[in-house]
Structures are given as structure tokens and as C-alpha cells.
Design a protein around this ligand. Structure first.
Ligand code: NAD
Ligand code: TYD
Length: 362
């Protein structure tokens, strides 16, 4: 790495949000990025194939739980900032196997914070002053809302309901503690549901696009009335760049899209878009493929984000509305058949069998 003063280290950069972030960072900021990623089932180096010959990008395959490997990457690449995406991120998987979430999200974040602290403590005063550790988190740490509740703000008490949310909440508390106790320059973002290119096809939006395209059942959990706030992934990436540049140390910033939609609305809209872009007389109207299946245990009813703090203090607002972002996303999946084929590995097929066979039988 040549321009080490400007290097940032990203964890989990081969995943959905991380890979969008790395691509956009190279395009807009242009300084070097080291991507520390274990390449689990969710990590796909093909997402970053456009950077294969770009000297500003380097992949280090390592586990955030491996203190030695993390220390070696920090000492070799001397980053000016760490942007921490790496996590187990799928709620349904956290219900099947919570242990993996505690390991990666809690132990892994602790290991990264501790190695970052050691590295940062040994920097000279100027480098110490400008160093940043940005912890990427979720709105799910705040729990669930009823229809009339106000949206989650930065002062909403934590009330995580799934093992995923609990593990992210624990990691947020660790990040907070490293700022308060050790003065490590930590920033935290809590964002709503992202959608866009490169999302692993077990999450709602890509799963529904792919199943609709192929005329397969569209499994809607429960009554389909659960509400999420949706943010186009590029907007999340720009929010993270903004917080990294201008955020106040030790603060948390909620990031959202002002786009609350219930799941049935999201699935119906996908059906209509796929009908329009890939009409199929044999399949007919994709809405007929919707199948109500057994609900997710402990399924949070509604998430909503009050993003006034990041707007008022840092000047960030989302730029893509949900209808445009969803159309753009459907088009991306329809135009990237080979990407879809490549991620549909054995691990993905095993998951689909494990998660849906029993639900559909009910
Ligand atoms: P993802 O599951 O698509 O990607 C996770 C990445 O982390 C993968 O590249 C994987 O290989 C890597 N990884 C997993 N375990 C690792 C380990 N032990 N060491 C190193 N790398 C490891 O996740 P995503 O959807 O891109 O989410 C990224 C971050 O953003 C997560 O921290 C998540 O909690 C947060 N977040 C996600 C959303 C969303 O809607 N997807 C919303 C808000 C916040
Ligand atoms: P998901 O993409 O897993 O994100 P999260 O649970 O983190 O919000 O799910 C989004 C919503 O869609 C959530 O309410 C669960 C629901 N859902 C279904 O109805 N069917 C599915 O097959 C999946 C994967 C999710």
C-alpha cells in the first residue's frame, strides 16, 4: 500500500453493504481501501471484481475474532480509519444458530476494538487526533414499534428482540464503552433496512425478485403487515462517509430512508415490476405467487427511524426514494443473472431448504 496516510480499513467489505461502500469510496474519495473479510457464505469477492486491477484496493482474508491477524493488518496497512461492517446479519439465521452471532458480532467487535485501541494508542499525536473507528449498526437494537409509536431516535432505549439484534446491541455497547473508557475515537450509525445491488438472496427483496422471476412461491411471513423503513444502499454509504468526515466523536447517528412500507406492499410492488420488465404468459400475474407462511418467532412488528439528528447536524438526507430505488434494484437483479447463479452455492440451497420447508408445511 503506497499512500498509507490515507488508507482506510473496512471489515466485511465483501458483503452487501460493505462492497457497495468500497466501490463508491474508490469512485468518490479515491484513497486506498483494505478490506478485512473472512469471506463467509455472505462474503462474495465477485462483488468487487471491478477493482481486481486497481492498486487502491486490497483484500485481506481474515477473521475479526483473530486478534493476531487483525493486529498484523493494522500494523502493515496503518489505516487512518476503520469502518466496521463485518457481522452475521440475517435475523432468521440468528434464530437457527445464535452462537455464530455472539461469536462474530460480540467477540469479533470486541477483538477489533481492542486491537484498534492498541494500534491507535501507539500513533503520534496528529495521527491519533484524526483516527476514527466507525461502527456500523442497525435500528433493530431498539426493538419493535406499534403503529402509533414515534420513530426510533438516538435516545430510544435499547430493547433488542432477536439474537441478531441482541448481538448488535452488545457490540454497540462495547463501541460506546471504548470511547468513554479509553477515548478511542468511535462513531456509531444505526441504520434501517437496506436494499440494492449485491444483497445476498436470502433477504426479503432479492429473494422475492428471484422467486418472482422464476415463477416460484413468494413466502410472506405471518400477515405481511410488518413494517420496515427502507433505505437504498448508496444512501447508507453516503451517510457513513458523512459521519466519518463530520461526525462528533462518541456520538451515534440514526440513518433512515423516510420510507416505511409493510412487507405485503413491498412484495406486491416487486411482483408488478417483474411483470412489467419480464412479462411471462405462462406465469401470469406474479401477485398470485404470494404464499402466507408461518411467522418468524418474535417477529418485530414495525421499525421506523427519526433521522433528524444526522440531517440537522451533518446535513445528510437520503437522495433515492423507495419507488425509484426498488425499480433500479429489480433491474439490477434481472440484468445480473450470472451473479445470481454464482451466489446460489450449496450453502444457499441448504439454507432455503432449512428455512422454508417447515414454514410452508404449516
Ligand atoms: P452481509 O451479511 O451481507 O455481509 C457481512 C460480511 O461480513 C461478509 O462479507 C462476511 O464475509 C463478513 N464477515 C462475517 N463474519 C466475519 C468475520 N468473523 N470476520 C471477517 N469478516 C466477516 O451484511 P450486510 O447486510 O452487508 O451488513 C453489513 C453491516 O451493516 C452489518 O454490521 C449489519 O449489522 C449492518 N446493517 C445491515 C443492514 C441491512 O439492511 N443489511 C441495515 C443496518 C445495518
Ligand atoms: P429481512 O430481509 O430478513 O430483514 P429484517 O428481518 O432484518 O428486517 O426481512 C424483512 C422483512 O420481511 C421482515 O419483516 C421479515 C419479512 N420476510 C418475509 O416475509 N419473508 C421472507 O422470506 C423473508 C426472508 C423475510
Amino acid at each position: 500500500m503506497t499512500d498509507s496516510k490515507n488508507t482506510i480499513l473496512v471489515t466485511g467489505g465483501a458483503g452487501f453493504i460493505g462492497s457497495n461502500f468500497v466501490l463508491r469510496w474508490i469512485e468518490t474519495v479515491g484513497t486506498p481501501v483494505v478490506n478485512l473479510d473472512l469471506l463467509t457464505y455472505a462474503g462474495n469477492p465477485e462483488n468487487l471484481a471491478a477493482l481486481d486491477d486497481d492498486k487502491r484496493y486490497q483484500l485481506v482474508r481474515a477473521d475479526i475474532c483473530d486478534a493476531e491477524a487483525v493486529a498484523a493488518a493494522l500494523n502493515e496497512h496503518r489505516p487512518r480509519a476503520i469502518v466496521h461492517f463485518a457481522a452475521e446479519s440475517h435475523v432468521d439465521r440468528s434464530i437457527v444458530d445464535p452462537g455464530a452471532f455472539i461469536h462474530t458480532n460480540v467477540q469479533g467487535t470486541y477483538t477489533l476494538l481492542e486491537q484498534a485501541r492498541r494500534y491507535w494508542s501507539a500513533l503520534d499525536d496528529a495521527a491519533k487526533e484524526s483516527f476514527r473507528f466507525l461502527h456500523v449498526s442497525t435500528d433493530e437494537v431498539y426493538g419493535t414499534l406499534s403503529p402509533e409509536d414515534p420513530a426510533f431516535s438516538e435516545t430510544t432505549p435499547y430493547a433488542p428482540n432477536s439474537p441478531y439484534a441482541a448481538s448488535k446491541a452488545a457490540s454497540d455497547h462495547l463501541a460506546r464503552a471504548y470511547f468513554h473508557t479509553f477515548k478511542l475515537p468511535v462513531l456509531t450509525t444505526n441504520c434501517s433496512n437496506n436494499y440494492g445491488p449485491f444483497q445476498f438472496p436470502e433477504k426479503l427483496i432479492p429473494l422475492m425478485i428471484m422467486n418472482a422471476l422464476e415463477g416460484k412461491a413468494l413466502p410472506v411471513y405471518g400477515d405481511g403487515q410488518n413494517v420496515r423503513d427502507w433505505l437504498f444502499v448508496d444512501d447508507h454509504c453516503s451517510a457513513i462517509r458523512t459521519v466519518l468526515e463530520k461526525g462528533k466523536l462518541g456520538e451515534t447517528y440514526n440513518v433512515g430512508g423516510n420510507s416505511e412500507r409493510n412487507n405485503l406492499h413491498v412484495v406486491n410492488t416487486i411482483c408488478d415490476l417483474v411483470d412489467e420488465l419480464r412479462p411471462d404468459p405462462v406465469i401470469g400475474s406474479r401477485r398470485k405467487l404470494i404464499k402466507y407462511v408461518a411467522d418468524r418467532p418474535g417477529h418485530d412488528r414495525r421499525y421506523a427511524i427519526d433521522a433528524r439528528k444526522i440531517a440537522n447536524e451533518l446535513g445528510w438526507t437520503p437522495s433515492v426514494d423507495f419507488e425509484h430505488g426498488l425499480r433500479n434494484t429489480v433491474e439490477w437483479y434481472l440484468n445480473h443473472a450470472s451473479w445470481i447463479e454464482n451466489v446460489r452455492s450449496g450453502a444457499y440451497l441448504t439454507w432455503i431448504k432449512q428455512n422454508y420447508e417447515e414454514r410452508i408445511a404449516q
